[in-house]
Structure formats: C-alpha cells, structure tokens
Design a protein around this ligand. Structure first.
Ligand code: SF4
Ligand code: SF4
Ligand code: FES
Length: 530
C-alpha cells in the first residue's frame, strides 16, 4: 500500500482521486474517460511528441498534453471541449497529410488508432492538394516490416528498443516532413523481444511478416489465454479465424509480462493447429487399433489400470487439472509420475525485471512439480516391469527407438492419452484423444508460482475431449467417489488436497491469477521470478 498523497480532480464532470504525480491521461482512465493519444504508452517512458492528448484545463493559459502533465488538486479538465477537439482535429489533419488511403489493404485496419480517432472526430475532407510523400516498404529484420508512408512518428518503437529492450536499433532519421524511422547501420530487429514493436505501433507502419495479409481484424475470435511456450506464463490473447489460430498477442499483466511477449512465444502457435491429430478413441483389437465409442475406451483404460501399478509420463504442458487427475490415478492404483521438459536459451527483456524467455520451454513445469511429478532427462527409466505405461501427451521425440521398444516390452500395458498418435504409440492398448490447450480451459502454474487461467479459443477436432474430462471418466470407472464435471470441480479438489493451492478458487483466480503459498504466508518460488 502506497502512502502517496491523494489528489482530487474533475475530468469531464467526474470527480476522481488519484495518487500525487499521476498524469492527467491516467487519471482520466480512472474516471472511465479515454483521452485520445498516440505517443503515450503505459509501458514506455513519456515522450510527449504527438500532441494528440491535448486537453483544456480550467484557469490554465493554454491546452495541456495530458500524457506529460501531472494532476493537481482541484483541477477541472475538459477532454471534449471545443478547444480540445479542435486541437485534436488539427493533429489528425496534419498526420493525414502524408498518410495514404491504405485502410482497405492495411493489416492494422479495424484496430488502428488513426482510423478510430479520425472516424470519431477527424475532418471529413482534406484540404491538402499536393502529392503525398512516398517511401518504399523496408524489411526491419526479425518478424517486422516497416511501411514508412503510414508512420506517424510517435517513436513508440524507438523507445521500446532503447528503454525496454536496451538494444537501441531504431532512430528518427531525417527531419521535418522527410522524417522516417531508420535502423542504425548494421543493426536490425532480431532482438528476441523485438516483435513487440508491432503491437506498440498505433498504426499500420510496423507489421508482422507472420500475420501479413492473413486476416481482417474483425474476422478474428479472441480468447484470453496464457502463452504455452515457456514457464514465464505470459498473458496472451489467442486469435483464431475459422477455428484456426492465426495470431497470438500480449495481454497486459503487470505481475507477469507487463505488455509484452517474446518473439519465440508469439510465433510458436502453429502446433495448436496440427492436422495430424488423433480424433477418435481407440482400443486394441488383435494387431490393430480400432476406433470405438468413448465409454468403450474409458472402460478399457480402467481395465488396463485396475490391479496394476502405473508409471505416468506426462507433458509439462498439460494443465494443473489434468496433472492433478493423473496424480489421482497414481494414488488410486499406486505408482509414480515423471516429466521431461525441452530446453532452450534464456532471453531476458532487460528493461522489465523478472521477465524472460525461460530455459524450460513448457508452461506448467512448476505445476507438474507441485503435483508430485519428478523431472527427468531419461523419461522411460522410471517404468518398472509389469507397470502400466500411461503416456499423457508426450510424443517421446528424440528418445532412442530401441529404448522405447524395450520400455513397451516391459510394460504391463500401454495407455496413451494425447493429442497425437506418434508411430511408437500404435502398440497402445487404449488411446484417448484429448484437446490441446487452445481447445480447452484450465490453469497453469508459472515460474513465479502464479496460477493463471486460460480460456478455450477453438473447437477440438473429431471426438477429442478436454483431458480433464477424459481422466474424470477413467477415475469414475476406477471407483473415484468425487464427480468432476468442470475444470472448476477439478481445481476445487486440487486446492483441497494440495497445500500450495489451499484457499484458491477457480472463479476468483480471475484472469490475473494468484500465487501459490509455501504454507508460511510467503509466496512460493519468488526467487525463481527474478
Ligand atoms: S513505426 Fe509505428 S511505432 Fe514507430 S514511430 Fe512510426 S507510428 Fe510510431
Ligand atoms: S517469455 Fe515464455 S511465456 Fe512469455 S511469450 Fe515468451 S515463450 Fe511465451
Ligand atoms: S500522447 Fe501526449 S503528446 Fe502524444
């Protein structure tokens, strides 16, 4: 709790109280009023260069830039007075002098702040009769294209690279109406977090090569999600078109990723659209796997597990709910669980402490550990002779085929619960097809121990069901007394039985999440977040 002095002011007739030092633009947000702006972004240092945020302040001699002016007690601010609107109209007219009529072919159309503010309060005609300035499109490196004709020189991209990424690659080159964003000689936007400039650009001047011409923004469905590609657990929005994920964008969360996603995470979404999915439950009939109804496959899985110990090899990309139900299977029949996790180089975003592309390239490593699964580099070593090998969405990529054959040979039975059916898995007795993370809802526990919810973004293929639903049925067939209908039911049982999650509630987690406890009242794994 801050002990900063509170200041009371009135914005558009609404009285608000904000801490001393707050800018008028942020104070207006508290009052529920948007002051139009371009160069201001809450994740960047203030520049005050676009003049779009001019507002009228009673008793002040001239209009004030709301992004760069601190509030004062008793201030009365008018955002929609004639003088303020006229000033913004002038800024818009100036910006449009050289801006092309590109909206029909611009990727930003539908989510462009120049388009929005011009529609809201711009002039309906242009007084400019000269030819517009023209500069060719430039490849800025990484995933970024620069379309200078659309640039409004707000410098958000320059400030991000300099002040947040600490890799000053961009600058404002030339002066006056010839000014454009340039790259310093020999540098380009290959920094691991450089793709954020595309989101930060308020117009269509910086575009993602990956998303180029893929979809109109109004055709997209958006779901609040979590980036599944490392243990940082950056908050993201998954955007899909016709049930195909086409883009992942950051969702602000001050405690995890501020406003940013790394390039590797942002661009690694294609696996969510894999076409080689297993779509039907299967059971072994003679030499082959035959598609069957869910109830037949569930009974077969329960029969394979009954009376035998189990070794569960689980993906650390599975949700807390799925991992918890797998741990229930282990508790019911006896056995152990393990996981392995793909590694990659760490890549911190220097300007944001605690934010980094983490070496563990899976979303729920901490969840797996808290739920009793052991990390291993030799994933099949824990399988004892005669145990059921239950493989949960782990393709065993890179594992020596001879080792897999030997493990399958000593297993009492093989049960596969997964999104795909790799060639080795064709020896399974039972295959239960499950949804991937974009096709279900659930929670992950990130590197800081923050439990965060993600929502469903698209439909699962064929007869695939969410993993928690498939496992709930298997547990019911094994005699589990608790009935799990929804992820919230599973989470309740998880929180009731695992001390770090005690007191958490699926609904009150909201979309910002909550930190697991160590039992001493202090957040667990805080050290891991730095
Ligand atoms: S490219 Fe975009 S973010 Fe960069 S200065 Fe131009 S308008 Fe602003
Ligand atoms: S840091 Fe990790 S969680 Fe965040 S965007 Fe990158 S891969 Fe995704
Ligand atoms: S947003 Fe205030 S000057 Fe640009």
């Amino acid at each position: 709790m801050t002990d900063r002095k509170m200041v009371t002011l009135t914005v558009e007739g609404r009285q608000v109280q904000v801490p001393e030092g707050t800018t008028m633009l942020e104070a207006a947000k508290v009052a529920g009023i948007l002051i139009p702006h371009y160069c201001y972004h809450p994740g960047l240092p203030v520049a005050g260069v676009c003049r779009m945020c001019l507002v009228e302040v009673e008793k002040a001699p001239k209009l004030a830039p709301a992004c760069a002016t601190a509030v004062a007690d008793g201030q009365i601010v008018h955002v929609h007075s004639d003088a303020a609107r006229e000033a913004r109209q002038g800024v818009l007219e100036m910006l449009l002098i050289n801006h092309p009529l590109d909206c029909p072919i611009c990727d930003q159309s539908g989510e462009c702040e120049l388009q929005d503010y011009t529609f809201a309060e711009g002039r309906k005609d242009s007084r400019y009769r000269e030819a517009k300035r023209f500069n060719p499109v430039e490849d800025f490196g990484g995933d970024v294209l620069y379309v200078p004709n659309r640039c409004i020189l707000c410098t958000r991209c320059v400030r991000f690279m300099e002040d947040v990424a600490h890799d000053p690659v961009l600058n404002v080159s030339e002066r006056g109406d010839r000014a454009v964003i340039g790259k310093f000689e020999g540098h380009d936007l290959t920094h691991p977090w450089a793709g954020n400039v595309v989101e930060l650009c308020p117009v269509g001047a910086l575009l993602s090569k990956d998303f180029l011409n893929k979809a109109r923004s109004w055709d997209l469905d958006r779901s609040a999600s979590i980036c599944p590609n490392c243990t940082q657990g950056c908050n993201a929005a998954i955007e899909s078109r016709d049930n195909v994920v086409v883009r992942m964008r950051p969702r602000p969360n001050d405690d995890v990723n501020k406003f940013f996603l790394c390039d590797e995470g942002r661009l690694n979404y294609r696996w969510l659209n894999r076409r080689d999915r297993v779509e039907f439950p299967h059971v072994r009939q003679g030499d082959a796997l035959a598609p069957v109804d869910w109830d037949v496959a569930v009974d077969a899985a329960a029969a394979a597990l009954r009376g035998r110990r189990v070794f569960v090899l689980a993906s650390p990309s599975l949700s807390n709910e799925v991992l918890f139900l797998l741990s229930r299977v282990i508790e019911r029949v006896g056995g152990t669980g393990a996981f392995r996790v793909r590694q990659g180089p760490e890549a911190p975003l220097d300007g944001v402490p605690g934010l980094s592309l983490r070496a563990d390239r899976a979303a729920n490593v901490q969840g797996a550990e808290l739920l009793g699964f052991g990390r291993t580099d030799t994933p099949l070593d824990g399988l004892a002779a005669g145990d059921v090998l239950l493989v949960a969405d782990e393709e065993l990529a890179g594992v020596d085929p001879a080792g897999i054959t030997a493990a399958v040979g000593r297993a009492g039975a093989v049960v596969v619960i997964g999104t795909t059916l790799p060639p080795w898995a064709r020896v399974a007795s039972v295959v239960l097809p499950i949804a991937n993370m974009a096709e279900e809802e659930g929670t992950f526990t990130n590197v800081q121990g923050r439990v965060q919810r993600y929502l469903q973004a698209k439909a699962a293929p064929g007869f695939a069901r969410p993993g928690y639903a498939a496992l709930a049925d298997v547990l019911a067939a094994l005699g589990e007394a608790v009935v799990y209908f929804l992820p919230a039911d599973v989470f309740r049982a998880l929180a009731d039985t695992h001390a770090p999650f005690a007191g958490m509630n699926y609904d009150t987690l909201g979309l910002r999440g909550a930190i697991v406890s160590t039992g001493t009242g202090s957040p667990a794994m805080a050290a891991a977040s730095t």
